[in-house]
Design a protein around this ligand. Structure first.
Ligand SMILES: [Zn+2]
Length: 187
């Protein structure tokens, strides 16, 4: 919130919130506690939720879903989306299932440049050298590995900037193919 304020953006200015998946650590600022009630943090935003994640986590609802997703759904501010969804001309969602059933990564295009926000398709740059290393919380580890290899392959081929959601800082750089794996070139 303080970073948004520093950039001159208020909660009322935000028009879209995109959740790559519905794990606890990726939905926390969807809502905030006001007078003992969880309410959407961004009153004018549409919240895009991966459809298969929302289906899964609304049934297997834990405290995190109840606090950070349900209030948004009940306020009619949510929209279920799938991989391939376009947000304007420059932003689209790339299906990268496996970590969760509906996990998506976010592709941003500007002029001839492209960038990809990984979400949790990978958790550490070590998985570039070892895409076969499974992460403990990948719900379908084999599918997650296939998604990871596909994402990294495209990033190398198209020279995309990669923004890793869980990488150590600096969390932005480029990926190069190396044998049947990849190497990381941090900015
Ligand atoms: Zn996750």
């Amino acid at each position: 919130m303080s970073s948004l304020a520093a950039a001159g953006v208020t909660v009322a200015d935000v028009d879209y919130v995109m959740c790559t998946h519905l794990h606890t650590d990726h939905i926390g600022w969807n809502t905030r506690l006001v007078d003992g009630r969880w309410v959407p943090t961004f009153p004018n935003a549409r919240y895009l939720l991966p459809a298969e994640d929302d289906e899964f986590f609304s049934v297997h609802a834990g405290k995190a879903y109840e606090k950070s997703v349900l209030p948004v759904v009940e306020a009619n501010q949510s929209e279920r989306v799938s991989g391939g969804h376009m947000l304007g001309d420059y932003i689209s969602l790339i299906p990268t299932p496996g970590h969760t059933p509906g996990h998506v990564s976010v592709l941003i295009k500007s002029n001839n440049a492209e960038a990809i926000i990984t979400g949790d398709a990978l958790h550490t740059t070590a998985q570039m050298a070892h895409p076969e290393w499974h992460f403990k919380y990948d719900m379908d580890a084999e599918q997650a590995e296939a998604s990871r290899r596909h994402l990294l392959g495209k990033a190398a081929e198209r020279n995309q900037r990669v923004l890793g959601s869980h990488f150590a800082l600096p969390s932005i750089g480029c990926v190069r193919a190396k044998g049947d794996a990849f190497e990381w070139d941090a900015d």
